[in-house]
Design a protein around this ligand. Structure first.
Ligand code: MRU
Length: 352
């Protein structure tokens, strides 16, 4: 993949290492972390140095390759045993984003292929991780273009509300929801992005606003609780969000707070789009009730900047995602076009 220096690429393969933008430090500090061991990659995914469903998939694919370089053997059984251990470690990092499991399965298939030497398996694994990355970039650009076709045609430029970060940082580059927004900006159809701050990890404030500012895309930050008010005040024309896992029914899991946005959008007759690649669709799950929702450490909600914000004795519940039912989603914007969520099932065979 050609790396263009002024673009945002959260994952880069260079000099036999994976270089990750440390997303926990943005926007205050732009720094990259170099990863050369599979266990460090698992840790980077768990601690959200790299996050966002497609980016997690790309990172995990490189994690499998790194694992393949950690064992010196010509014994295929021993090699595969090690790769399975690495895959298991990576799978335990974050449960909701299906791209993680999808990318690991694709890499494991290669590891089990009838390739003559272990060294050649390693080479093929690296090529596959690079292909997953390059395909995701192209996919996001296609999602952006398909998004343009369904965005409402209004006399004025659009004011688009988004939640969390489904941008370059969350993918191989360009983004899904933010990819649609980037394409709208490029075509001069965007007036402004409204970015929900996205409590508790603040991906909207820290990452989406940062990406917009890098490209001079006008962005207004609001807290999550202001979104319905902005809709009522007729400040929002359309909502576009990403997804971590979409069930066959079209129900979509995304960052906590997405569901309440969808309810508010419906109450105000505002179109609500989910932008996601096919690798985010899990046809094995009939509906959203089967999607496993990650629960994260309560420290994320009981403190801000290390200052505790509630009395001792308070109990906590910290789900990282919620599920928006298909009936609240206007369409799912994929690389193959915008799909009515209720007809998603017809695309089952289109998945590689
Ligand atoms: O917990 P995160 O930051 O990994 O959650 C990310 C999201 O919810 C994104 O909206 C989703 O992964 C889509 S990214 C293109």
């Amino acid at each position: 993949m050609e790396i263009v220096s002024n673009h945002i690429y959260p994952v880069i393969w260079q000099e036999n290492k994976v270089s990750l933008i440390d997303q926990t430090r943005l926007p205050g500090e732009y720094s990259r972390v170099e990863i050369s061991r599979s266990s460090d990659m698992a840790q980077a995914i768990k601690t959200m140095i790299v996050r966002g469903a497609p980016a997690i998939g790309v990172a995990a694919a490189y994690g499998i390759y790194l694992g393949a370089t950690e064992i010196e053997t010509e014994d295929r059984h021993e090699f595969l045993q090690h790769i399975e251990q690495v895959a298991s470690l990576l799978r335990q990092t974050r449960p909701t984003a299906v791209n993680l499991f999808w990318a690991i399965s694709r890499m494991l298939k290669i590891a089990y292929e009838e390739i003559d030497t272990i060294e050649n398996i390693r080479t093929t694994l690296l090529r596959t991780a690079q292909a997953i990355q390059a395909e995701d970039l192209a996919t996001c650009q296609a999602i952006g273009d398909h998004g343009l076709m369904v965005l409402p045609a209004t006399p004025n430029k659009l004011r688009i509300l988004t939640h969390c970060n489904a941008g370059s940082l969350a993918t191989a580059g360009y983004g899904t929801a933010l990819g649609v927004i980037r394409s709208a900006w490029r075509e001069q159809r965007l007036a402004r992005v409204y970015a929900d701050e996205t409590r508790p990890r603040l991906q909207g404030a820290r990452l989406t606003a940062w990406e917009c500012v890098q490209e001079n895309i006008p962005v207004t930050l609001i807290t999550d609780s202001m979104a319905a008010h902005c809709m009522q005040q007729k400040m929002i024309d359309v909502v576009v969000v990403g997804a971590d896992r979409i069930a066959a029914s079209g129900d979509a899991a995304n960052k906590i707070g997405t569901y309440s946005l969808a309810i508010a959008a419906q109450a105000h007759q505002i179109p609500f789009y989910v932008a996601a690649p096919f690798s985010t669709i899990d046809f094995d799950l009939a509906d959203g009730s089967q999607i496993l929702i990650e629960e994260r450490d309560p420290t994320e909600i009981y403190s801000i900047d290390n200052a505790v914000i509630c009395p001792e004795g308070t109990e906590f519940y910290n789900p990282a995602f919620d599920v928006t039912p298909a009936n609240l989603i206007t369409a799912i914007i994929t690389e193959k076009g915008a799909i009515n969520p209720s007809s998603l099932i017809n695309y089952r065979n289109a998945v590689a």
